[in-house]
Design a protein around this ligand. Sequence first.
Ligand code: F1P
Length: 356
Amino acid sequence: MTVQAGKHTYQEILTQGDAWDASLAAVEGQADVLGKWLRQPCAEVLFTGCGSPYYLSLAAAAIWQALTGIRAHAVPASELWLFPQSALPAQPSLLVAVSRSGATTEVLWGIDRYRERTHGRWLGVTCDIDSELARRAPKVLVAKGGEEQSVVQTRAFTSMLVLTQAAAGLAAGRRDYMAALCSLPRHVGRLIREYEPLARSLAQAPGLTRFVFLGSGPNYGLACEAMLKMKEMSLAPSEAFHFLEFRHGPKSVIGQGTLLVGLLTEAARDREAAVLAEMRDLGATVLAVSESADGLPADHTIALRSGIDELARGALVLPVLQLLAYHRALVNGLDPDRPAHLDAVVKLSAVTGKRA
Ligand code: F1P
């Protein structure tokens, strides 16, 4: 019997809604204590992580600032470690460090720099309660059910994302936002059932050889994550840009072989749709991902139809795009469970800074 390539990755994609449920239930249990801790006076919030968790941090920072009104931004952990004088905000009051393993060296060293140079608090977000990150963090959010056997992050990413969003909701004192997050899991199975056939057919389209993902606001970090899934699993050329930035040069790559995936917002929908129309005219095949797909200039659409607030529903765009990358990997004869050159955790030598 042939073993299905990528069986761990596939199962982890399919079960991420359960991980969100379990993770959010765990936060509910600590909501009062954590909420008080998060609502202490705070001038700025800094998010950090590596790879997928860095892209999570980009999305989470945009959401945190929109919900709380407190300045928030994200830096790769390596930037925080190597260039703290540039990476650290003027008045950092809270660091949110995100790491599936809780063992990535740059994240741990970035936390050290933050603690050496500020008196700010810090929150850990991870999938491994026994990790060094979890052991050291004054407060930690653990994505129950988010742990993975595969290298490429899927349910780990989205369950840590919803956890970080829950923290933002608690920091903002928004119980309604927490309730919106808790209604997310029930949509995962429906969206996968409804749209996996489309993801598979696009992955199998021989004429599509390049993938571009566009997102604005909190969706930019999600576009970056969708880009990375395609790159890590299928090795296909894959890029991500802020939606309107794409006109300023990168669109030169557009052609018949491009699948352009646009993650639309409500706030900028018309402006974003104009970009899709222009790129379609240049020959791209356009896949629009939106709450409602009515009237969009796209060849294909994924309509979330969640009824959930825009700042809460971001994670819903990922399962089908993870499947797009998964199926493309199979088409390319690759095993998503064993991505080229990648390890689940990057550890560096304290002496040389090189791979340990
Ligand atoms: C982060 C990381 C990512 C990479 C891949 C494997 O590890 O190495 O950089 O994109 O997803 O995981 P972690 O700090 O989240 O454990």
